[in-house]
Design a binder for this molecule. Structure first.
Ligand code: ADP
Ligand code: ASP
Ligand code: MG
Length: 428
């Protein structure tokens, strides 16, 4: 008998029928003789709808109130799911994040889990109940206020519960069969990976592959939780996210062919680019600028500084950041324009970021040449480039991102035979 933690995303519990389907799946696992703890997301696009609603009553909603509002989405689905399980003749008990002992820091909207005290969850399990926990939320011990963990945060709830309870596996259910070589909504020829290393998954998640939330992958790696990403809508084996050591064991057992150089391609339309034109080309200016940007709360990703034109002694600096951070960063920079001495600001929110990820890049050359050749053959212009040890990212025009992803996917030999299945969801 195993202890299994399962997480069901919004598209898996979008309506009453779906909730009953999930309830059946949970009950089947229970019938198999296992203890089951479930983390559940809000129904369908509820979180987006609540955010839209908040924006209609306040331009900048108070963070404490917004977290209370958003946490209600997951409470609706947890209670409905418990009811559905009851009506199938099984004992189920639902808990909010705070009742389940998810203790977080006080950062509203992006809280970090600092401790998990799942005594009520254990008690319910001991009494033979199936436990349902509202995902994406916790409580700050100091303020006693409800917090949320950031978009996609129900994945982290599941992994944190799995770690605290010593679960055998953490199954993350969504509307696709697992982690693919690209988002199947963008690249229909994407292939499901049978396994992916946690370091590759971290890079994919950080660069737009929302099938698993980056903080959940991080948490799992730190606490040794085994993640199995799979579909609510089929029983096929999904993707295992494994640590490097386990992958090496598999390779030694001959379970695995040689790793491909590139694991996958990620796409991201959520960033904007700000260019600061005419920055005096003297020491200290970059420091000044990025101090201002940091103070505005923006999370900078790529940075490019052009060579200055010798005659003017001035240069341009471009950087990317989440679209949602751009307004605050622009305001902060404009306020300091005279002090810093730059000429003007340009805001561009029509960019797309394409990333190629693979641990094999460490030991193989020519990976970037393949990327650049594929983009050039498709007539896609590259505006910015950045790399890590196992990733190459480029910024292109947003309306060319889909085409870029498809040609690059083909160029690395990642295309599968049939189109991938997307079972549900709006992709929002
Ligand atoms: P849930 O609501 O269940 O949490 P998400 O919408 O957060 O589900 O994540 C699933 C979606 O992630 C898929 O429908 C797919 O469009 C998208 N996705 C992006 N990149 C990938 C990838 N590499 N593999 C699989 N799905 C991906
Ligand atoms: N409901 C939250 C969101 O939409 C959390 C989650 O689904 O993981 O972001
Ligand atoms: Mg998700």
């Amino acid at each position: 008998m195993a202890l299994i933690v399962q997480k069901y995303g919004g598209s898996s519990v979008a309506d009453a029928e779906s909730i009953k389907r999930v309830a059946k799946r949970i009950v089947d696992t229970r019938r198999g003789g296992h203890d089951v703890v479930v983390a559940v997301s809000a129904m369908g696009d509820t979180t987006d709808e609540l955010l839209d609603l908040a924006a209609q009553v306040a331009p900048i909603p108070a963070p404490r109130e917004l977290d209370l509002l958003l946490s209600s989405g997951e409470r609706i689905s947890m209670a409905l799911l418990a009811m559905a399980i009851h009506s199938m003749g099984f004992e189920a008990r639902s808990f909010t994040g705070s009742q389940a002992g998810m203790m977080t820091d006080g950062t509203h909207g992006a809280a970090r889990i600092v401790d998990v005290e799942p005594s009520r969850v254990r008690e319910a399990l001991d009494e033979g109940a199936i436990v349902i926990v509202a995902g994406f939320q916790g409580i700050n011990r100091d303020s006693q206020d409800i917090t949320t963990l950031g978009r996609g945060g129900s994945d982290t709830t599941a992994v944190a519960l799995a770690a605290a309870l010593g679960a055998d596996v953490c199954e993350i259910y969504s509307d696709v069969d697992g982690v693919f070589t690209a988002d199947p909504r963008v690249v229909p020829r994407a292939r499901k990976l049978s396994h992916v290393s946690s370091e590759e998954m971290l890079e994919l998640a950080a660069n737009g592959a929302k099938v698993l939330y980056i903080r959940a992958v991080e948490y799992a790696r730190r606490h040794g939780v085994r993640i199995h990403a799979r579909s609510t809508f089929s029983s096929s084996e999904g993707t295992w996210v494994l640590g490097g050591a386990r992958l090496a064991e598999l390779a030694a057992e001959g379970d695995q062919m040689e790793e491909p150089i590139v694991a996958g391609v990620a796409t991201d339309l959520s960033q904007a680019k700000i260019t600061i034109i005419g920055v005096p080309d003297i020491p200290g200016k970059a420091a000044e600028i990025f101090k201002i940007v940091a103070k505005s709360g923006a999370n900078v990703d790529m940075i490019v500084q052009n060579v200055s034109a010798a005659a003017t002694g001035r240069t341009d600096i471009s950087f990317t950041l989440p679209k949602t951070d751009a307004a605050a960063a622009l305001r902060a920079l404009a306020a300091e324009q005279a002090d810093v001495g730059f000429e003007s600001l340009v805001h561009d929110d029509q960019i797309g970021k394409l990333s190629v990820v693979g641990a094999g890049m460490r030991s193989h050359s020519g990976v970037s040449a393949t990327l650049f050749e594929a983009l050039s053959a498709a007539g896609v212009n590259i505006e910015m480039i950045s790399t890590s040890e196992i990733r190459i990212s480029v910024v292109v025009r947003g309306d060319e991102l889909v085409e870029a992803a498809r040609v690059v996917h083909t160029a690395y030999g990642l295309d599968g035979g049939d189109d991938a299945t997307v079972y549900a969801g709006s992709g929002r």
